[in-house]
Design a protein around this ligand. Structure first.
Ligand SMILES: [Fe+2]
Length: 298
């Protein structure tokens, strides 16, 4: 079965991969071989699961995912499986997301959940210590993995479920579309080492140091940034981060769009930033997300 890949209506940098029900049906049998628990306990089983997904597309899925994610002009795909039928449950989505991740590389261990992936809810009320689960706050543009030692080449986010939600659109920005990229990536302060810590819920008991801006092998700027976790050590660093935060949030080139339940955003984490708009107030609001972050295998 060949893959159908289109440009997203909002930007041709984003490639949309649609998976039809007939193709998903072919995954039911190989997926039944693995439970979510066995995938968690036996790392090798995730590779055989991923291979069974790739086989449905005659190897085209791994080829295209790798090409898109490593292409500076693109770097993001949205995968839209047609999961309207109830036979495709949440376990099915965990398996599908696992397969996507293992077709490009290896997930990093997620300390928040002690697994290779994390599932979490955004609800009406929240007592956590970061913006991640705060429904009525903007989740500002950021990259992932800013406060861990591991490299984070890519990030995969799957919307598992959405109930009583209005608003909460996904927001993305490609570094090359950002009006202030040249000015801020060439600012000497952006190349200084910053200290990055994290709140308790992340379960990381160390701090790391790295600059906000670096360069890739072709000399193009890359970014590693989130608003909450850098610990500026002086006025110069503090003011730089404020300017950076304002310049990102005020960008006119941010892409914002609704993401269908069951869909996955899969992005290069060096030149794409991601965020989320606030939700409208609703006591019964519930959104469940799954995330996997990791490295390319080649
Ligand atoms: Fe994130």
């Amino acid at each position: 079965m060949s893959l159908e890949i289109k440009d997203h209506s909002i930007s041709k940098r984003i490639k949309v991969i649609q998976i039809q029900e007939t193709e998903l049906d072919k995954l039911i049998f190989p997926f039944n071989k693995h439970s979510v628990q066995s995938l968690e306990y036996k790392p090798f089983s995730r590779f055989s699961l991923a291979k069974s997904v790739d086989d449905v597309f005659s190897g085209d899925l791994s080829k295209n995912l790798n090409q898109i994610l490593k292409d500076r002009n693109s770097g993001t795909t949205i995968i839209e499986p047609n999961i309207n039928n109830s036979k495709f449950d949440k376990d099915f989505l965990v398996k599908l997301s696992t397969a996507f991740a293992y077709l490009v590389g290896l997930p990093n261990f997620d300390s928040m959940t002690d697994k290779y992936y994390a599932r979490f809810h955004v609800k009406h009320s929240d007592s956590s210590d970061s913006y991640l689960r705060k429904a009525y706050r903007n989740l500002d543009l950021h990259t992932d993995g800013t406060f861990v030692k591991e490299k984070t080449d890519w990030v995969l986010m799957t919307k598992m479920e959405e109930i009583n939600t209005f608003g909460g659109e996904s927001v993305l920005l490609h570094l090359d579309d950002w009006e202030h990229c040249k000015e801020l990536s060439e600012d000497p302060v952006g190349k200084q080492n910053f200290v990055w810590g994290s709140p308790k819920s992340k379960n990381i008991d160390y701090k790391v140091e790295h600059p906000v801006f670096s360069k890739d092998k072709d000399g193009k700027p890359t970014i590693s940034y989130i608003d909450q976790f850098p610990e500026p050590k002086n006025m110069e660093q503090g003011l730089f981060l404020q300017k950076l935060s304002d310049a990102l949030e005020q960008s006119k080139n941010k892409l914002s769009f609704p993401l269908k339940p069951g869909s996955t955003i899969f992005s290069n984490n060096y030149f794409w930033l991601h965020g989320r708009k606030p939700f409208k107030q609703d006591m019964n609001l519930s959104r469940e997300l799954l995330r996997i972050r990791g490295v390319f295998s080649q």
